[in-house]
Structures are given as structure tokens and as C-alpha cells.
Design a protein around this ligand. Structure first.
Ligand code: FAD
Ligand code: NAG
Ligand code: NAG
Ligand code: NAG
Ligand code: NAG
Ligand code: NAG
Ligand code: NAG
Length: 528
């Protein structure tokens, strides 16, 4: 928007002041507390052009700007925000929380909008009254190359973070997710893992400080929040404890050359044998190598990144994983930053492509996850592939299978809320794709059947799941006397957090006893 236009809008706004909202398209714009909320925001100096109400012409495009899944574009299926505040400064986040509490409007933070259930911008209960605080305008990355640290704002994408690190310190990198459009805010809140996880662990394992807007609208650094709350925000899931404005992270060294390879096998030509062996080999390989698996009905891709050269990698693979039959021709040497577009976007993508924020996907998906602690027998893998092959009539499926072990498993289970550490062989993510509503019903039923079939092979008591792969089929909060019930929350909470769930709930009771930051799967308070 040009300056003169914004000025004009501002003048018009001031004339009609006390937030007169033109063209009352939707009743709730006139609902007194919504009006009061918006009036309060402007009195706290949030410029009007950063506030998009349902009757603003920009509302729909702003709402949809970071929606990833077409199924969530159907805004009649769930509650949409009363308004979206495009925060530019920390004080805007604070104002939204203070005004929200005063006028009984909850806020949901949206960083990258990649939540698997869309909880950063939609609510399942259509009566829910909430505003979105969108952080995509708060995305600076300040790298201190000499100290090997950076401050990154929550609205930055992983691609922007990686790019900024590389621009000022090419021998440093960061251990976080594979997809460059994922937002730092939600990702760090739930753990954050990717191709460097075996060498360095998760994103949260490298967070040394943060700034958080709490339930009273205060701004707290690590010292002011105290170690319990600082612990909770590093993996306890987004949307429960406050809104993290920025994160101070320790960067990690990357070598001048990394080697990436993809070895593809079909189920008819040994893929199931190799995969069965992979389960015991991949989690025990040296820290410098990660070999993950992408399983599809008719092919299995073993995709790897090694922190070193092809000459070093070949003898290692021949010695430790001969069945993969990897050869020199499979090696692709590059820099670490080049590996980001290469792995996620394909061999023709460039480093600049990781700055592209556009992220809408063409198809619908439903994702679920499991943690596996004991190898699955070959006979079962055969059955799994038979199931995958059934889906092709009405959808597609991929299993992303990420090996653990190494650094990720040497960190104690209670060091951060993320508990899937020692003893985990790998994480499986089941991704079911479909297009069209008619196929969706069938694909979702198939997805539920597969998850049920897998039950005996994943971890038990609890059956673990990754908090960042949010799955409302695991359970939802139930509100009892105005507060989310701990008892009901345990059902899904212990799957994500195991024994750490109780501590998270106690921290919640201390820092947000009124349960102001609440969504379908926020941490419920447990009062002692
Ligand atoms: C295409 C794709 C690829 C992915 N790849 C990986 C991967 O490689 N590794 C991995 O670990 N995960 C991966 N994920 C999962 C991803 O980590 C989570 O979906 C993550 O929560 C997304 O963060 P976001 O900021 O984009 O999401 P948002 O939708 O903005 O937020 C997610 C949740 O966190 C809350 N939240 C957002 N910002 C803040 C904040 N600043 N403070 C407090 N709470 C906040 C929201 O209210 C919401 O509840 C992937 C997801 C997608 C869609
Ligand atoms: C949107 O959701 C509503 C309510 O669930 C449903 O009736 C409608 O068919 C959906 N529209 C589309 C285009 O999917
Ligand atoms: C499921 O995961 C895939 C791969 O990471 C992603 O593209 C898709 O957006 C995810 N689904 C949802 C509902 O977010
Ligand atoms: C954390 O960051 C805040 C805000 O910059 C700062 O005031 C505080 O001293 C830092 N604390 C630690 C332990 O580094
Ligand atoms: C990369 O680009 C070349 C030349 O345009 C093309 O032939 C090739 O198919 C592309 N590869 C991929 C993986 O898209
Ligand atoms: C960004 O990505 C989208 C698709 O994901 C593509 O259509 C668009 O051309 C890309 N933009 C740039 C500038 O490369
Ligand atoms: C259902 O899936 C099939 C196969 O993928 C496809 O041809 C068909 O168009 C889809 N139907 C709808 C309604 O999207």
C-alpha cells in the first residue's frame, strides 16, 4: 500500500473514529465487545491499516494468505477470526492480549500458518470469538556471526532463517525443519526437526533465550519468565503459554561440503528387505549421516544427507549399509544451504527459492504420526505396502520415516517438553492426499484404518505422536467451568508429551490460570 493511500485511510479512520465499521456485512462486527476490542486496539496505537475486520475488503485475502491446505479455505466450516491484527511490533502483540482480555476476545497467534489443523486461524466451535495476531510482518533475523548466535522473530520462515544465517556466516547453519515455508513461531513451539536432527537434535535444543508476551500482556525475557516457563515454551506446543515474539538461538557448524543422495527401490525389487534392515541400521549410524525414507505404494526413496564428502561417505555406506547398494553415481555434493532447496524443492531449485513464502498446496491432506521403538517385521511391512496400494483409487499416500538415535536421543527426555528421545528408532508420518470432497470421505476412512492397523507396531502406553504434527483425532480439550479439563487433556497430551504433560499443565496453571490462551489442543491448567 502506498504511503499516500495509507495516510488517506488513516484520516478517514480518524474522522469516523471510535472504530466505526463500514458496511456491516456480518453481525459480529457490531457485537459490542468486538467493537470495544477494536476500539481498544486503536487506542493502544495499533494503526488502523494493520487491523482487518470481517467487513474490510482485505479480510479474506489476509486470512487466506498463509493457509496451506485447501480444505481450510472453506470458511463456513469453522469459526473465523473477528479480526486479524497484522502485528509489526511487540507492543502490537501486547495490545492485542490486553484488549482481548478486557473485551473477552481470545487471540490466536499465527506465524507461518502451517498448523496441520489450522488452529492458528480457525476454531472448530463456530461460537468461538477470537482474533488472530498475525506475525508474518515480524520476521527479522539478526545473526551474530562472531558469537555463533542469532535472534529470530517468530514470523520469519525457516527459509528466511537459513538464508540469513548463510548470508552472514556460511559455515554456520541451524537444526530445524525441511520445509522452507514453515514459520519459526509454531515450529520452535513444538520441537522442530529436520536433516540435521541426528547431528544436533531439535531446534528447541538450541534455544537459549526468547521474548514472550504473557497472559497479562507483559513482555518477558528468559530471566523474567523463569526456568519453568522457559522450559515449557521450548516444545510444549504453540498457543498455550503466550505469544513468543522472538527466539535467541545458538547456531551450529556445517562443513563446507555436504553430500545428498536419493536411492530408489521398488517393492518388487527389494525395497521391503532394505527397509526392514534400515530400521536397525539407520538409528545407529554415526551422527553425521541421516538416511530417511519416503515410502509410497510403488517406490521407496532412501534420502540422505551426510555432513562431508562423497569420498568419506562411500566406505561408510558400504561398510554399514551394504544392502542399500549406494554408489558414487548417487552422490550429489553441495553446500549446506544448497541442500535446503535441493531436498525440499528438487534438484533445479535455487537458494533464492527458499525465500518464496507462497505455500498453498493443490491437494488436501490429513497427517498423523507414530513413534516406533521396536523394528516392524518384514511380513508386516508387506501388509503395509499392500494397504498403501489400495488407496490409489481415490487418493495418494506417502510415509515420511525419520530415523532418530544419535544426538536427538542422547538428550534427556525431560530436558525439554519434547519426550521422544532415548529408545525411539524412528518417527513415521502418514500423509494421505486427496482432491475433491467425494474422495475425501474415502481417503479419510482409509487413513483411519491404516492408523488402526499400525497400532500394535508403534509405541504403547502412550501411543506417542509428534506435537507439531497436530492431529485432532487424538482428542480435543473439553471446557469444564470455564477452564480446559486436565483430565480430558491427558488423552492427547500424554501422546505428545509423555511424562512432561503434567509439568506443562502445572506451568500453565501458574502463568495462565484463567486459560486465556486456549485452543482445541492447548495445555490445560493443573492446579496443585
Ligand atoms: C509443509 C510442511 C512441512 C513441515 N515440515 C516439518 C519438518 O520438516 N519438521 C518438523 O518438525 N515439522 C514440520 N512441519 C510441522 C510444523 O513444524 C508445524 O506445523 C508448525 O507448528 C508450523 O509452524 P507455523 O508457525 O507455520 O504454524 P502456525 O499455524 O502459525 O502455528 C502453529 C501453532 O502454534 C501457535 N503459534 C504460532 N506462532 C506462535 C508464537 N509466536 N508463539 C506461540 N504460539 C504460536 C499457533 O497459534 C498454532 O497453535 C511441517 C508442516 C508443513 C505444513
Ligand atoms: C464447506 O463446509 C460446509 C460446512 O461443513 C459444507 O456444508 C460445504 O459443503 C463446504 N463447502 C465446500 C465447497 O466444500
Ligand atoms: C501434511 O504433510 C505434508 C508434507 O509435509 C504437507 O505438505 C501438508 O501440508 C501436511 N498437511 C496438513 C493438513 O498440513
Ligand atoms: C534474554 O533476553 C532478554 C531480552 O533481550 C535480556 O534482557 C535478558 O538479559 C536475556 N537473558 C539471558 C539469560 O540471556
Ligand atoms: C531440471 O531442468 C531440466 C532442464 O530444464 C529438466 O530437463 C529436468 O527435468 C528438471 N529436473 C527436475 C527434477 O525438475
Ligand atoms: C513461488 O512459489 C509458487 C508456487 O509454490 C510459484 O507459483 C511462484 O512462481 C514462486 N514465485 C517465485 C518468485 O519464484
Ligand atoms: C477422485 O480421485 C480420482 C483418482 O485420483 C480422480 O480421477 C477424480 O477426479 C477424483 N474425484 C473428485 C471428485 O475429485
Amino acid at each position: 500500500m502506498s504511503n499516500s493511500k495509507t495516510l488517506l485511510l488513516f484520516i478517514i479512520f480518524c474522522i469516523f473514529s471510535s472504530c466505526y465499521i463500514p458496511s456491516p456485512a456480518i453481525a459480529s462486527d457490531h457485537d459490542p465487545s468486538s467493537k470495544g476490542f477494536i476500539h481498544c486496539l486503536t487506542k493502544k496505537s495499533i494503526p488502523p491499516w494493520l487491523i482487518h475486520t470481517r467487513s474490510s475488503s482485505s479480510y479474506t485475502s489476509i486470512l487466506k494468505s498463509s493457509i496451506r491446505n485447501p480444505k481450510f479455505l472453506n470458511t463456513t466450516a469453522s469459526a473465523t477470526p473477528l479480526c486479524i491484527v497484522m502485528a509489526k511490533k511487540t507492543s502490537h502483540i501486547q495490545a492485542a492480549v490486553v484488549c482481548g482480555r478486557r473485551h473477552r476476545v481470545r487471540v490466536r497467534a499465527r506465524s507461518g500458518g502451517h498448523d496441520y489443523e489450522g488452529l492458528s486461524y480457525r476454531a472448530e466451535d463456530r461460537r468461538e470469538r477470537f482474533a488472530v495476531v498475525d506475525l508474518s510482518g515480524m520476521r527479522s533475523v539478526r545473526v551474530d556471526a562472531a558469537r555463533g548466535t542469532a535472534w529470530v522473530q517468530s514470523g520469519a520462515t525457516l527459509g528466511e532463517l537459513y538464508h540469513a544465517i548463510w548470508s552472514s556466516a556460511p559455515r554456520l547453519g541451524f537444526a530445524a525443519g525441511v520445509c522452507p515455508t514453515v514459520g519459526v513461531g509454531g515450529h520452535f513451539s513444538g520441537g522442530g526437526f529436520g536433516m540435521l536432527q541426528r547431528k544436533y537434535g531439535l531446534a528447541v535444543d538450541h534455544v537459549v533465550n526468547a521474548t514472550l508476551v504473557d497472559a497479562r500482556g507483559g513482555l518477558l525475557g528468559r530471566d523474567a519468565m523463569g526456568e519453568d516457563l522457559f522450559w515449557a515454551i521450548r516444545g510444549g506446543g504453540g498457543g498455550s503459554f503466550g505469544i513468543v515474539a522472538s527466539w535467541h538461538i545458538k547456531l551450529v557448524p556445517v562443513p563446507p561440503t555436504v553430500t545428498v543422495f536419493d536411492v530408489v527401490r521398488t517393492p518388487e525389487h527389494g525395497a521391503i528387505d532394505v527397509l526392514t534392515k534400515w530400521q536397525e541400521i539407520a538409528p545407529r549410524l554415526p551422527d553425521d549421516i541421516m538416511v530417511r525414507v519416503i515410502a509410497e505404494p510403488r517406490r521407496v526413496t532412501f534420502e540422505a544427507m551426510y555432513l562431508g564428502t562423497c569420498d568419506e561417505l562411500l566406505p561408510l555406506m558400504h561398510h554399514r549399509f551394504p544392502d542399500l547398494a549406494m554408489t558414487r553415481a548417487d552422490c550429489n555434493e553441495m553446500t549446506w544451504i544448497e541442500s535446503i532447496p535441493y531436498i525440499h524443492l528438487g534438484s533445479n531449485a535455487t537458494v533464492a527459492d527458499i525465500l518464496n513464502r507462497s505455500s498453498i498446496s493443490r491437494v488436501n491432506t490429513k497427517n498423523r504420526s507414530d513413534y516406533v521403538r521396536h523394528p516392524i517385521p518384514k511380513s508386516i511391512w508387506k501388509k503395509i505396502f499392500a494397504k498403501l496400494q489400495q488407496l490409489t483409487n481415490f487418493g495418494e499416500v506417502q510415509l515420511f520415516i525419520d530415523p532418530y538415535g544419535a544426538k536427538i536421543s542422547r538428550i534427556h527426555e525431560s530436558a525439554t517438553p519434547f519426550p521422544h528421545r532415548e529408545g525411539v528408532l524412528y518417527n513415521i508420518q502418514y500423509i494421505t492426499y486427496w482432491s475433491g470432497d467425494a474422495n475425501g470421505t474415502l481417503a479419510l476412512k482409509w487413513s483411519r484404518d491404516l492408523y488402526k492397523f499400525m497400532e500394535p507396531y508403534g509405541s504403547k502406553n502412550p501411543r506417542e505422536a509428534y506435537a507439531n504434527y497436530r492431529d485432532l483425532d487424538l482428542g480435543r480439550n473439553k471446557v469444564v467451568n470455564g477452564i480446559s479439563s486436565y483430565h480430558h487433556g491427558k488423552v492427547w497430551g500424554e501422546k505428545y508429551f509423555r511424562g512432561n504433560f503434567e509439568r506443562l499443565a502445572k506451568v500453565k496453571a501458574k502463568v495462565d490460570p484463567d486459560d486465556y490462551f486456549r485452543n482445541e489442543q492447548s495445555i490445560p491448567p493443573l492446579f496443585e
